[in-house]
Design a protein around this ligand. Structure first.
Ligand code: HEM
Length: 241
């Protein structure tokens, strides 16, 4: 669907290239516009932000239900009673947008055999900014694993959430208890992962956030973080000049 196949280069003066790239990013992806590369087309960004917003709203309406420590958050939505009603619907919205994101990105997120070590030492090296890898494509192994972890978390939250939503008389006490544990453990682990994701997408790697807002990144950013993708899209050598 969105293969890095066609090597489309558009020649424009440097001062115009950012604006031109943003316009191009409405419908195209993996194209070079001057010194910019379109990384996420408009549709990808809408899907990503639907997942992000629905997750954050689910979290902020769920926390006051979880513990009175976060009771103050409930007042932002009109009180605990409103949160209890709203939270499952926001959760459904999150699950639905996660499903769309899963289908949309699945092809690009398939782990290559050489990326399996991201489950262990490679992830540690990456977090320590060690071990340059010139074979990193559009997404690195860590991003792909995060994608699958987020999809799995959405599934577990949905399944356990439905059990907790229905009339308690319709499900066994054991199933409700298992669902509480699963729902709580998943949202806690997921929240930690999301904090890491937000950090990596903003402060830790300057230039990344624009990929999800404007849709574009600089050529320099692509050469540094995703050298193979840079070579595929630009046809240029990714070694530093
Ligand atoms: C609310 C704050 C968030 C920010 C600032 C943020 C930022 C970003 C950015 C900048 C990218 C592009 C990375 C790249 O192109 O290399 C991205 C990708 C992605 N985001 Fe988010 N995101 C947020 C929330 C979320 C949430 C809540 C989820 C999922 C539940 C999520 C799932 C993903 C996935 C699966 C990708 C693609 C793989 C990756 O880059 O890790 N994001 N995000």
């Amino acid at each position: 669907m969105r293969e890095v196949a066609s090597r489309t280069q558009v020649e424009v003066p440097p001062h115009d290239s950012r604006d031109m790239a943003v316009i191009r990013a409405r419908g195209a992806e993996n194209v070079v516009v001057g010194q910019e590369i379109v990384r996420h087309r408009f549709a990808s960004r809408v899907i990503h932000w639907s997942v992000a917003v629905s997750l954050l709203l689910s979290l902020f309406t769920g926390l006051p239900i979880w513990t009175p420590i976060f009771g103050w958050m409930g007042t932002l939505f009109g009180g605990l009673y409103v949160c209890r009603w709203l939270h499952p619907w926001l959760g459904l919205l999150f699950a639905a947008s996660s499903l769309v994101m899963f289908v949309y990105w699945l092809k690009e997120m398939r782990l290559e055999p050489r990326e399996r070590d991201w489950l262990g030492p490679k992830l540690i090296q990456y977090l320590k900014y060690q071990g340059e890898d010139s074979e990193v494509g559009k997404y690195n192994g860590g991003q792909k694993l995060f994608f699958f972890a987020a999809s799995l978390a959405a599934l577990v939250l949905l399944a356990s959430g439905i059990v907790l939503w229905v009339n308690p008389a319709d499900v066994s006490q054991e199933l409700r208890e298992v669902s509480w544990v699963l729902h709580d453990a998943t949202f806690i682990l997921f929240t930690v992962a999301i904090v890491g994701h937000i950090y990596l997408g903003t402060a830790a790697e300057p230039g990344t956030f624009g990929a999800m807002t404007r849709g574009t990144v600089s050529k320099k950013w692509a050469r540094l973080h995703h050298p193979r993708w840079y070579r595929e899209v630009t046809g240029e050598d990714s070694r530093r000049p």
